[in-house]
Write a protein that binds this ligand. Structure first.
Ligand SMILES: [Zn+2]
Length: 192
C-alpha cells in the first residue's frame, strides 16, 4: 500500500473513533463562505477558527474567482444560506511564479513535474507534452492585492450574486499567520 494512503486511512480511523458530529445540519451554521488557495500551508479551519458544520470553504489554485468558484458560491448562498463571503489570497503564492505562457510551454514540453530555480521554471522535456494547456486560463497572479481586488470585484458584479451580501478581501501572511485586509477589495465588495 502507498505510505500516504496508509497514513490517511489510519488517521481517518482514529478520527471516526471519537467522531460525534454526525447530526450536523447541511447548511453552514455560521452562515459564511471562504474562497481561498489550495496551498498546503493554509489551513482555513485553523486560521479562521472553523469547526465541522461552520462554513463553506472553496479552494482552488490561487483562491481565484473562477467560474467554478462562483458556481460554488452561488450554491452556498442560494441553496445553503450563507450571508457573508471572504476572498483570501496569500503571500508567497505559487501562482505568482508563472504566467499562462510559461505554464503552456512547460506542458508542451512534458507532463512530468517541472522544477524551479532562480531563473524560473524548467521542464524536463521528457515528453510527450500537450498543447491542451493553451486552452486553459491558468488565472495566475502578478500582485496579491490586485488579484484580491479583481476577484472580489468579479464576484460583486456577477449577475447571479445578490447585491446585499458583503464580500471581504484579505491576504493571509504565510510567515506570521495573520489575515491582512485589502481595504480596496472590501470596499469593492461592499453590499450595494
Ligand atoms: Zn497559493
Amino acid at each position: 500500500m502507498s505510505q500516504v494512503l496508509d497514513e490517511v486511512l489510519a488517521a481517518n480511523a482514529a478520527y471516526a473513533q471519537t467522531f460525534d458530529k454526525g447530526d450536523l445540519p447541511m447548511p453552514p451554521g455560521r452562515r459564511f463562505a471562504i474562497l481561498t488557495c489550495m496551498d498546503a500551508r493554509l489551513d482555513p479551519a485553523k486560521y479562521a477558527g472553523l469547526s465541522e458544520g461552520d462554513a463553506h470553504v472553496i479552494r482552488n489554485a490561487g483562491g481565484r474567482a473562477s467560474d467554478d468558484a462562483i458556481r460554488s458560491l452561488v450554491i452556498s448562498y442560494k441553496l445553503l444560506g450563507t450571508r457573508e463571503w471572504f476572498v483570501i489570497h496569500h503571500t508567497n503564492c505559487g501562482m505568482e511564479t508563472f504566467t499562462d505562457e510559461v505554464m503552456r510551454g512547460l506542458l508542451a514540453g512534458s507532463l512530468k513535474t517541472s522544477s524551479i530555480d532562480a531563473s524560473g521554471w524548467h521542464d524536463s522535456g521528457d515528453g510527450p507534452g500537450s498543447a491542451e494547456g493553451n486552452y486553459i486560463d491558468w488565472l495566475t497572479i502578478s500582485d496579491n492585492a490586485k488579484s484580491v481586488v479583481e476577484d472580489v470585484t468579479r464576484i460583486r458584479r456577477h449577475p447571479l450574486v445578490p447585491k446585499d451580501i458583503p464580500i471581504y478581501g484579505y491576504i493571509y501572511d504565510v510567515k506570521s499567520g495573520d489575515l491582512v485586509e485589502v481595504p480596496q477589495a472590501t470596499e469593492a465588495g461592499r453590499p450595494g
